[in-house]
Design a protein around this ligand. Structure first.
Ligand code: M6R
Length: 364
């Protein structure tokens, strides 16, 4: 049951810290605090190319992982929505592998994409939350997320569990490919192991995010902006808002704003920015300033170091714990999912069963 929570989604949001911790414990060796070598049908050291596939939020996990696999592990990676991958007949690299992300393990398009890549000689790995699912059966190896049953149609804890698996793989692949040394591996693993604690702190302070929810409640459109590995999390925020609050929202790469979406900006279109301090901070902040100069209402999620500069022009700044940029996508997922939840609650929508949606999409 839901216990003391109003909705399954609220309960499942509060499970983020435990689920991330449980998932990390599966992949990180407690003694050495290094990522254990996962059982895979390929050697990450020599893999020429990796495909990632998923639908909806699972696709956005793939997009985030692509940033990690390419920038950290120097592994050429492609990522597609499964419904496109299954029909677009891409040239496949001999000896390549593919990973399929899915909470249910039953999503029809992802299963079909799997069969296509199998026929193309790729080795298949599924990252699923249900061990006896069709996708688990269809793959050469299965990496489990340890999220427990997810009841709410809007995915929450399964998403951060999937990101946690991907982050472990990124570290492991980076080490196997000689892209990082033991000290860097230890540093990244330590950052990852601190995520559950930070996640719990974010869930503790809900009033600021509830205030943001009240701010955007009457908006017709909302823009979510970010750069780098946070860009897919901006899209996740937008997807969640659409899905359960029925407000139109789009996630954009911050640098793309001036190529079109800036035309939408006025005081009625809230701009939600994921903008922690780090190498891309100045670039993102200057995009936000451009939006503010056109009357845009900027709502920024950042950390203590980013807050000072953003307060000069943002109408609201929500300060999150300062973390290594590597783990920022996992942490920023939590407030954007919470935000969608609070907006939906204020709107009085059917949070756990949004209209027209099913938990597992088993038809094409
Ligand atoms: O079970 P799956 O992870 O394969 O489901 C994929 C999507 O249908 C799913 O993530 C959907 O986008 C969610 N409702 C998002 O909250």
């Amino acid at each position: 049951g839901k216990g003391n929570y109003r909705h399954f989604m609220e309960k499942e949001l509060h499970e983020h810290p435990a689920v991330i911790g449980d998932t990390l414990r599966q992949y990180v060796d407690p003694a050495s605090r290094a990522v254990a070598r996962p059982a895979l049908p390929f050697d990450p050291a020599t893999l020429p190319r990796l495909w990632l596939s998923g639908c909806g939020s699972a696709f956005l996990v793939g997009q985030t992982a692509r940033y990690w696999f390419e920038s950290l592990a120097r592994l050429p990676t492609d990522c597609d929505v499964a419904s496109e991958l299954r029909y677009r007949n891409p040239p496949l690299t001999e000896g390549g592998a593919a990973m399929f992300v899915s909470q249910s393990g039953e999503t029809a398009d992802n299963l079909a994409a799997m069969k296509l890549l199998r026929a193309g000689g790729q080795s298949l790995v599924s990252i699923v939350n249900v061990p006896e699912s069709s996708m688990a059966r269809e793959s050469d190896a299965t990496l489990m997320t340890v999220a427990g049953p997810e009841i709410s149609v809007a995915s929450t804890k399964a998403f951060t569990a999937q990101l946690s698996v991907m982050a472990c793989l990124a570290i492991n692949f980076a080490r196997a490919r000689g892209a990082i040394d033991a000290a860097e591996e230890a540093r990244l693993t330590a950052a990852l192991l601190e995520v559950p604690e930070h996640a719990a702190r974010i869930l503790d302070v809900t009033d600021e995010i509830e205030a943001v929810a009240a701010d955007i409640l009457d908006a017709r459109d909302v823009l979510y902006l970010a750069r780098g590995s946070l860009f897919p999390i901006a899209m996740e925020g937008a997807l969640k808002l659409k899905e359960i609050s029925y407000i139109h929202a789009e996630g954009y790469a911050a640098g793309e704003m001036k190529h079109g979406p800036i035309a939408l900006i006025d005081s009625k279109v809230p701009v939600i920015a994921l903008c922690p301090s780090g190498p891309l901070f100045e670039k993102t902040a200057s995009n936000l300033q451009e939006a503010a100069a056109r009357g845009g209402r900027i709502i920024a999620f950042t950390d203590e170091d980013g807050a000072v500069a953003l307060r000069r022009f943002a109408s609201r700044v929500v300060v999150l714990p300062k973390v290594d940029p590597f783990v920022a996508p996992i942490l920023h997922t939590i407030p954007v999912q919470m935000l969608a939840y609070y907006v939906a609650v204020l709107k009085g929508t059917d949070v756990d069963q949004p209209r027209n949606l099913a938990k597992a999409v088993t038809v094409e």
